[in-house]
Design a protein around this ligand. Structure first.
Ligand code: PLP
Length: 451
């Protein structure tokens, strides 16, 4: 019998995260304040703990993982690397398909990889209360779980469309002791302003961020946590790719192309950046790293590379990134984790400089791919992960056509057990493909801050 599951021992959980800034051809552009000046650490300390800010600005290649964090990681890490042999057979492809299964975490996705260190560093500096936002509910549940590990209170602003679609995600956060509010809420000025203009607003990740930041900035005992986009979040997620490299060594194989779903870029950075180190050093020049996004929220493929706010209301510093404009409201697609107007500045820069690529896929085709994967491999993927599966299957089918024996890796960022309502819509033929919202994007790009 052929080996298809490549596992590591608990002792092999990496001891350091990898910081790609050390190996980037050009230094990252710093975040700027509304006055156009570089944001001072003092301003950021109002909502983030010092150790995370240091990581945010660090250019050190290797950052040690605190032992207390590794001890929580071992509840589910190292996560398995699986060869999707049955999917290969179902496709009849000459390619080899592997996936890293991040759905084995307590919250069901990669997000606890950063939620745990974020709770740890906040606890270390004496913070007892955290606010955050959540789209599909994955980040909120990860933060609720991580807060519980270190005895920190967590308040979550949950994008309304998900709050209504996913009551079980809410209960999950409550089981780990968090408070959950539908966003836009009446608890903040940002929420009240939107409700006054659009009482039926579906909400957006950008707006929920505004609400959580507003509350954290207004209370000294409270800090804010972001589940994606920022450098320190990508740093923590590199544990995915670092483990995968050790697992490929055991498998005696190496990827030619890596696909990951991309919302704010954290899981894609997490799996891809450790491999990018070898590409940047000229060791694997042909390796392709491909971010996969929805056609309805096509940040990397159709956005502008420009300075923009991270949230809808303009509370955050402006960052240089691919953006659809901070007031762009994406359609209410079922991959809630991919409905973000911007993207990680690190991923944006690497795409801009040609070291990484991006593709966009339509919604219905992603569910088709997810169901094909579930039938072959048994795991029901999160709708976000279905984006990477779609692109990986398309690549494998292209290999079938050309007869190429490529090795393809994709990031199974989460399971879809809390997304069955979306699958129901797919099975009943009610799931729509949204057109590329050209006009809305054109309109919101007219409101980029002037730098
Ligand atoms: C949040 C989420 C994503 C997208 O977020 P990134 O920061 O781009 O990784 C992808 N997959 C799942 C399962 C998620 O929960």
């Amino acid at each position: 019998m052929q080996t298809t599951r490549f596992v590591l021992e608990q002792q092999e959980i990496p001891t350091h995260w990898y910081n790609v800034v050390a190996d980037m051809p050009n230094p990252p552009s710093p975040p700027l304040g509304p006055d156009g000046n570089v944001v001072s650490p003092e301003q950021m300390l109002a909502i983030f703990p010092g150790p995370l800010l240091e990581q945010e600005m660090s250019a050190e290649r290797w950052i040690p993982i605190p032992e207390a964090v590794r001890e929580i990681y071992r509840l589910w890490r190292p996560s398995p690397l699986i060869r999707a042999l049955r999917l290969e057979q179902a496709l009849g492809t000459s390619a080899k398909l592997y996936y890293k299964n991040e759905g084995v975490s307590p919250a069901g996705s990669h997000k606890p990889n950063t939620a745990v260190p974020q709770a740890f560093y906040n606890h270390q500096v004496g913070i007892r209360r955290l606010t955050t936002e959540t789209g599909a509910g994955q980040w909120g549940s990860s933060m609720a779980f991580a807060g519980q590990m270190f005895g920190i209170e967590v308040r979550v602003f949950m994008v309304k469309v998900s709050y209504d679609q996913k009551p079980s995600r809410r209960s999950m956060m409550q089981a780990w002791g968090a408070e959950v509010f539908s966003s836009p809420s009446i608890l903040t000025k940002a929420g009240r302003d939107v409700l006054a203009k659009h009482p039926d607003s579906d909400g957006s990740l950008g707006l929920a961020i505004s609400e959580a930041v507003e509350e954290a900035a207004g209370r000294p005992d409270t800090n804010y946590c972001l589940g994606s986009v920022l450098n320190h979040v990508l740093l923590h997620q590199t544990i995915i790719g670092l483990e995968a490299k050790k697992q490929f060594e055991k498998a005696g194989d190496w990827p030619d192309v890596i696909f990951g779903p991309c919302g704010g870029g954290s899981s894609f950075g997490g799996i891809a950046l450790p491999f990018l180190a070898d590409k940047a050093a000229g060791k694997t020049p042909n390796l392709r790293l491909v971010a996969v996004e929805p056609t309805s929220c096509p940040t990397l493929t159709k956005g502008a590379y420009a300075y923009d706010y991270g949230d809808a209301s303009g509370y955050t510093p402006i960052m240089k990134m691919y953006t659809l404009g901070h007031d762009f409201m994406p359609p209410g697609i079922h991959a809630g984790g991919l409905r973000y107007h911007g993207d990680s500045p690190l991923i944006s820069q690497l795409v801009h400089e040609g070291l990484m690529e991006a593709v966009a896929v339509p919604q219905v085709a992603t569910f088709e791919a997810g169901v094909l994967f579930a039938k072959a491999e048994g795991i029901i993927p999160a709708p976000e992960s279905c984006h990477a599966i779609r692109a990986a299957i398309d690549e494998a089918l292209e290999c079938k056509r050309t007869g190429e024996p490529k090795t393809i890796l994709f990031n199974l960022t989460g399971h879809g057990h809390f997304d069955m309502a979306s699958y129901d819509r797919y099975f009943s033929g009610k799931l729509e493909d949204y057109d590329y919202p050209a006009e809305a994007i054109h309109e919101s790009l007219a409101h980029l801050p002037k730098v």
